[in-house]
Design a binder for this molecule. Structure first.
Ligand code: SF4
Length: 475
């Protein structure tokens, strides 16, 4: 009988969101989450394949689960969805879910067919509340998940809406899935090829449930969030060049009672429209923080990446955002060492990132991902050159982060407390980290100890290496 499960998650916010759905589904079947020391009988590995490192980590987790067994292992997520022969000879009791639409059905079948088998005695301490497994729900698979690969064509994956996002103060809410833009470095259009979106009523209900569960901040997430409401990420196929659906959705989500803070996951510069910024201006709980993927500041590199904007397009969107929002935090992703990237092209990236003065950059060293067009492009950039460019950009990133934070010294910010080990710390509206010097803060009636999830006002006092030091003012 399967009664204890563990989930291991790699990758992006979409995967993390889906792992919470898997947890909730298994709990609804009567299983209890445990950590690996408590002998889970069912191990779900929600894989990522965005880079070779992510694939290797996914395979490592699979080998580890097999070694630590005996457990039924389910491998899902993006790695099985790409046909690159990276999952072979996995052995008995390993179920590979290639079509993500089948995941709920596969889990249901495993839980309910194995519910008749005897419960093996776990070697570690047993979960205090190991539950009895229920057998009243069985979701039928839409295809044979073990052997057959089909394009993911279903609109509903059978996984539940979330009622909580465990172990995080900030909840992710996935509203969109899939991308068919085929940027040349990206495997996602193979792993998540079908562009689809969720009904707004379902999203609003989920946002309200997450607020009820105590989440004060929600990150609206999608694989290609800017195409929310469309069935392709290729803008030229949209009825109008600007997408009205994302602003309309955000306008409604921002009115969910009790939802204090909303952020968005990554957007393309073209997703930033006057209508989107109107919604940000109308709702103070939409925080002044946008993550706009730049990837490169060189038009030639952007063309080789098949990105749909130029450096000047990016500049004008940044100007538009800054004309509407007060000192917004602009964060970004940059890839260094893309095939053929010359010193001059890298210098263009350096110049643009400096000009934009990003509040934070996520810097990735290009590594050829099998199954993508860029993996076949020549010439490759030598690895020592890639490392040197990455170091240069990281140094710039640290300096720009510090410069961004400096302008807020002496002001008050609202901090969502995330950790209370050592000094309490959390994120300000503009996403920089703030460490609080005090151990308690003043509410209307009393002094209160900080807890994760509290939002407190703090005076920003000192710019440290990676954060701002502050004193609390109260809730
Ligand atoms: S827009 Fe490009 S980088 Fe983003 S998910 Fe789609 S293909 Fe990948």
């Amino acid at each position: 009988m399967l009664c204890r499960f563990a989930i291991f998650t790699l990758g992006c916010k979409a995967n993390q969101y889906e792992s919470q759905q898997i947890r909730q589904l298994l709990e609804s079947f009567g299983l209890a989450p445990v950590d690996s020391a408590h002998a889970p009988q069912l191990v779900v590995i929600n894989t990522c394949c965005v880079t070779h490192t992510a694939s290797a980590k996914s395979r490592h987790l699979i080998r580890q689960a097999r070694r630590d067994g005996p457990a039924t292992v389910v491998i899902c997520g993006c790695l099985p969805a790409v046909e690159t022969n990276e999952l072979k000879a996995l052995g008995e009791n390993v179920h590979v879910v290639k079509n993500r639409c089948d995941l709920a059905a596969v889990l249901s079948r495993l839980v309910h067919t194995e519910s008749t088998a005897p419960d093996p005695v776990p070697p570690g301490p047993r979960s205090a509340e190991a539950p009895r497994c229920s057998t009243d729900t069985f979701i039928r698979p839409q295809s044979d998940a073990k052997v057959k690969f089909e394009k993911d064509l279903c609109l509903s994956d059978g996984l539940p809406s979330l009622t909580s996002f465990q172990n995080q103060t900030r909840a992710f809410l996935k509203v969109q899935d899939g991308c068919d833009a085929f940027c040349t470095y990206c495997i996602i259009p193979t792993a998540r090829p079908v562009v689809r979106y969720r009904n707004s009523e379902e999203i609003l209900a989920e946002a309200a449930a997450l607020v009820t569960a105590g989440h004060k901040e929600i990150v609206i997430t999608g694989v290609h969030l800017g195409s929310y409401g469309q069935i392709t990420a290729r803008r030229r196929h949209w009825p109008t060049p600007d997408n009205p659906h994302l602003p309309a959705l955000l306008d409604r989500v921002a009115q969910v009672p009790g939802l204090s803070r909303i952020r968005l996951s990554s957007l393309d510069p073209a997703d930033v429209t006057p209508a989107l910024l109107d919604v940000f201006c109308a709702h103070p709980n939409l925080l002044p923080h946008l993550h706009l993927s730049l990837q490169s500041g060189s038009d030639a590199v952007l063309r080789r990446m098949a990105r749909s904007y130029t450096a000047d397009d990016f500049r004008s969107k940044v100007a538009l955002v800054r004309s509407r929002l007060d000192r917004p935090a602009l964060t970004t992703d940059i890839i260094v060492g893309f095939p053929g990237e010359t010193d001059a092209e890298f210098e263009e990236t350096l110049a643009l990132t400096q000009e934009v003065a990003f509040a934070k950059m996520h810097i990735f060293v290009f590594s050829a991902r099998k199954g993508t067009a860029a993996a076949r492009m020549q010439p490759k950039v030598a690895s020592e050159v890639k490392k040197a460019r990455s170091r240069t950009l990281r140094d710039l990133d640290l300096a720009l982060q510090r410069q961004f934070r400096a302008q807020f010294l002496g002001e008050t910010a609202q901090i969502l407390i995330e950790t209370t080990n050592g000094s309490p710390s959390g994120r300000a509206e503009r996403y920089f980290e703030v460490r609080i010097a005090d151990r308690t803060y003043r509410t209307d009636r009393t002094n209160k100890t900080f807890s994760p999830g509290d939002i407190i006002a703090a005076r920003l006092q000192e710019n440290a290496a990676d954060s701002i030091l502050a004193t609390s003012i109260g809730s």
